[in-house]
Design a binder for this molecule. Sequence first.
Ligand SMILES: [Fe+2]
Ligand SMILES: [Fe+2]
Length: 121
Amino acid sequence: MQKTSDIIWQDKQHQVLFEVLDQIAEGEGGALVLEKLKYYAENHFAIEETYMQKLEYPHIEAHIRAHDQFRSELSSMVENGKQYDERFARVLSTFLTEWLKRHIFGIDKKLEDFILQSAEK
Ligand SMILES: [Fe+2]
Ligand SMILES: [Fe+2]
């Protein structure tokens, strides 16, 4: 049996999130790109949370709390989007990119291992 070291959907979605954050850093799309980030982030978090529920993941509460933190940071930044300019975009992108890296290499990695150990992928 072939052993996979990562989960393709999770990896791909993380990649897309980083791409959108790069677009924000480069000033592409203006404030609208925040809506795009919100859309992709929500979609991704919802899928991870569905897996956690289905597999009765023991650390589900802390993980959802972390997602909620990102959700609320992002929402308040979208609300501040009226003052959206190049500097704001760079600060936002840096902050969220750092947050996402920590999340992905930390608790997402643990979730990934857990999903890989279970039958459903
Ligand atoms: Fe994730
Ligand atoms: Fe996550």
